[in-house]
Design a protein around this ligand. Sequence first.
Ligand code: SF4
Length: 224
Amino acid sequence: MVKKEQPHKDNAPGPFYVCDDCCTACDVPFVETPDLFSYDDQNHCYVTSQPKTESELSRMIRTVLSAELECIRYSGTDPDVLRRLAESGYSHLADVPILDVKPVLRNHVTFNPVDSMDSLLSTGDLAIMFQSYLRSQENDYLTYKFRSLYSDGFTYTFEYSWFEDNYHKVEITFLGEPNCRWLIVTGTTFQIYDWLLAGNRFCDIRWYTRDQWIQSKIWQATPW
Ligand code: SF4
């Protein structure tokens, strides 16, 4: 049996909870889920509202995965939530043991344009849009470097780094299929996910593992 941590006393009743006495006020919950968390008068965060919609649930799970001190946990038994935690490599953040679910990397995403005019975008245009999005996130402590690797009209491959020369590859391919106009293969799933949603320019966003993309085409709306 996995050990249950002591919850903060102010957590809203329900399966997601912040552990007591663990807070360094990292602010992570207030980036993704400000509507579900608050700080108490000691600057310790706690859950103010349990997720009620699929969107809130997805954002809550991402917050659980992003909290570096691993101080947000799940005490419920919903098989889908347990699977998503375990597939993301965080089964230890559930209070019940999760058996027979291995971590997976959901690093293939397909998407379509909302506006038919955007269907004319080339893969190089998409790369520039993503790079502009990252540049808009830069600040005194965060800057990005980019380098192009390959382009043939259908596939555009580049790398980018935000720490020294630790480059991460992004491959954008034109598919032109219904519901799958473009395919991106990436290791930086959270940043691509945020960009795809940021401007409301893309829809039919579908995430797959490599095997799912090649074989079953089973997808979900988030990489986690
Ligand atoms: S996620 Fe953890 S460290 Fe961050 S604000 Fe909440 S309790 Fe504090």
